[in-house]
Structure formats: structure tokens, C-alpha cells
Design a protein. Structure first.
Length: 381
């Protein structure tokens, strides 16, 4: 398989983290842009990226890019791309996409034009007039930004956050890629105690356990490109074996607590399905009253937001309670996700650092409080 340019889209705010992750994985020519990261490689890179990327949403092949200010230019631009190098005569190639700040602003019309151009291109190559589309999925995705068109082929299928361990989630689930990003920001690598006092369905703890073990997050699922004829089948086995060989097998201490026993049962089931059930201890407890499990460690949590789970005032009351309860825990690194811009006021301590992230479309901040045994937390009272 020839080398390609890959694109890994991600949630807004995670671009730098995904770029660093791509470099650690050894990908070539990594370029970071808003909400996406580009890199180069071949079949093994395709498989490794899908299996190992923790914070990207999917992995796509860039088929081509060109300017288009009319439907005719869009049609001709797509028709001139060598789609047959990847899409076989029986391949299913539906079209999705979006358009922003462009003359071609009607997405349905753009979808129809891209589809027609792809059909005409492949019909000319294969000498057929009708495509059964009964074979493997080759999802085409277009992006039109300021009249510049980019056409991609999605290698992933279901988004990368679909790890395969969370069939059922809680009322306000945290995106797996966001959870992995929070753990990455905390710099947890399995050496200290890890604690989530609002564990819910267990996503943050499961992602932390996967990171501690250095287990590839995509090991328990399949990807669209595994069914592609143009991708040698043995690369997937090669990269799975290589990923497994990179795993660690140490002693880790990860603790999750929640006030809802049903959520703890769900979290334990999810962790078992993810293959890290034996690494995590679950406790029934109120986050504002529970004792911390050690003198020091890393706390990462996603407490309820007023926008999603109840009244804003209830969430702010909770922030006051945990702020008071946790005030003396200065030997702990704490990373708390909240969409409330006044979180620090109600929590009662100014964060050492804030990191703007988006949980889906909801703008949030990770409020970071660093351990300081001899330094008092700075109050905003």
C-alpha cells in the first residue's frame, strides 16, 4: 500500500495533545491544525493510528484538495481524484460532509454532487453503469471551508471513542476521548494513586487504567478499513501484536466512588469489559464526605453540571461542599472538569492552571490544582 496523508479530527482544544500523541507513536510529518492533526504513513500507520490513538475521533485518508466556487468545479475536482485506488467496484461509498463560509453552502446539494462525481469516476474506470454497493464500507467525507474542498476516506467506521466497553452509560456520560485527555493532562502514568470521586459509569478510571497499562484503546473493536482489499490484512495482526507487546504489567491503585450503587455496578461491568476490571476499586460514597484513599495522589473528576443534570444552583452548592471538604488535600494533584465559569469562586480556590476544552459542544474548563505540601491553596474569598 502506498503512503498516504492521514487526518485525525478531534474535539476542539485537544489538537496539541493529539499531535503529541502522534509524535510519541512515531508518525511522520505531524502537523497540528484547528480540530485536527495530519500525519503521513502507509498501511501499518493506518492500523496503528486506529488502534492506538486515545484522543482523536477517527482516522481518515486525504484523497485530495482543491478550490471550488461552483458545483461544476466541485464535480470536476472530485472526478479527477483516483478513487479507484481504494474503492473497488462493489464498495459502498456514501457521502457525508459540511460546508462553512463558502459559496457552496447547501450540504445536501454538495453531497449529491460529490456522489455523482465519484460514481462517474468509478463507472469510467470499471466500465459499469450501476454500482451494487454491496461490499465493504468506504465512507467519503468532504470538508468545504472558505471555498476550499478536502475529500477524505474514513478508515475508522464508528468513532474512535467507541472503545467497545461502554454499551450503557450514565445520564451524562463523558466522551471517552475527553476522559483520556483529562488523564493525559494530569500526567498520570500509573505510579501514584488515582482517584475519581464522581466516577459515574467509570469512563475516567477506565481510560486511566488503559493509560497506566499502556493498552491500546482500540484492541477490543473492529475498524472499517479491516475489510478493505487495498489494506493488507496482516498489518492489523502485526500492529495488534506490537501494541500488546508494549503493554505494562505493574501494580496500580485506582479508586472510583459514587453516591449511586447502580452506577458503581455499571462502572464495574464496563471496566471488566475493557479488560481492566481487576485494576480498579469501587466505593459507595458521597464525594463531599468521603475520605481520600491516600495521603497524596492524582484526582481527576467530572462533577455534575447544572446544564445537564439539574439546576445550576444545585451544582454550585456541590462545588462549595467539595471545595470545603477537599481544602486540606494539598498533597493531591486535582483536575476538575466544569462548564461553570464561576467554578473557582464556588469551589473556594483559584486554579493553578485552566485548560479550555469542549465536552461535545459544551465549553468547559479543566481546573488544575497542583500538589504543594508547603503551600496553601489560594482562595478567592
Amino acid at each position: 500500500m502506498a503512503d498516504f496523508t492521514f487526518c485525525a479530527p478531534c474535539l476542539f482544544g485537544l489538537e496539541g495533545l493529539v499531535g503529541d500523541e502522534c509524535r510519541r507513536l512515531g508518525f511522520e510529518n505531524v502537523r497540528v491544525e484547528d480540530r485536527r492533526v495530519f500525519f503521513d504513513g502507509g498501511a501499518n500507520t493506518l492500523a496503528k493510528a486506529n488502534l492506538c490513538l486515545r484522543m482523536a475521533e477517527r482516522v481518515m485518508i486525504l484523497l485530495g484538495a482543491f478550490e471550488a466556487r461552483s458545483f461544476e468545479e466541485l464535480y470536476q475536482g472530485v472526478k479527477h481524484l483516483p478513487l479507484e485506488k481504494l474503492i473497488p467496484r462493489d464498495g459502498a461509498f456514501p457521502v457525508k460532509g459540511y460546508s462553512l463560509d463558502s459559496r457552496l453552502h447547501s450540504v445536501p446539494d454538495c453531497q449529491a454532487i460529490v456522489k455523482k462525481a465519484a460514481v462517474d469516476r468509478l463507472a469510467g474506470v470499471y466500465g459499469i453503469e450501476w454500482f451494487p454497493e454491496t461490499g465493504a464500507l468506504y465512507q467519503l467525507r468532504f470538508s468545504i471551508m472558505k471555498d476550499r474542498v478536502e475529500l477524505f476516506l474514513d478508515t475508522t467506521g464508528a468513532a474512535l471513542n467507541k472503545r467497545g466497553y461502554r454499551a450503557v452509560a450514565g445520564e451524562a456520560p463523558l466522551h471517552e476521548t475527553m476522559a483520556a485527555a483529562m488523564v493525559t493532562l494530569s500526567r498520570y502514568r500509573g505510579r501514584d494513586v488515582f482517584f475519581d470521586p464522581f466516577c459515574g459509569s467509570g469512563t475516567i478510571l477506565i481510560e486511566a487504567a488503559l493509560i497506566a497499562r499502556n493498552r491500546a484503546p482500540g484492541m477490543n473493536r473492529k475498524f472499517a478499513a479491516e475489510a478493505w482489499r487495498a489494506v493488507p490484512g496482516d498489518v492489523w495482526q502485526q500492529e495488534r501484536e506490537a501494541a500488546e507487546a508494549r503493554e505494562y504489567h505493574g501494580d496500580y491503585r485506582l479508586i472510583g466512588s459514587d453516591i449511586d450503587p447502580a452506577m458503581l455496578s455499571l462502572a464495574a461491568a464496563n471496566a471488566k469489559k475493557a479488560g481492566v476490571g481487576e485494576l480498579i476499586e469501587w466505593r459507595l460514597a458521597d464525594a463531599a464526605k468521603t475520605d481520600f484513599p491516600a495521603e497524596s495522589g492524582t484526582l481527576v473528576c467530572n462533577p455534575p453540571y447544572g446544564e445537564r443534570l439539574g439546576e445550576v444552583a444545585d451544582a454550585q452548592k456541590l462545588y462549595r461542599a467539595i471545595g470545603k471538604a477537599w481544602r486540606g488535600k494539598t498533597a493531591w494533584n486535582k483536575f476538575i472538569l466544569s462548564s461553570d465559569p464561576e467554578f473557582e469562586y464556588f469551589f473556594g480556590a483559584r486554579a493553578d492552571k485552566k485548560r479550555k476544552l469542549y465536552n461535545g459542544r459544551l465549553q468547559c474548563n479543566v481546573f488544575e490544582y497542583f500538589a504543594a505540601a508547603k503551600q496553601k491553596e489560594r482562595t478567592v474569598r
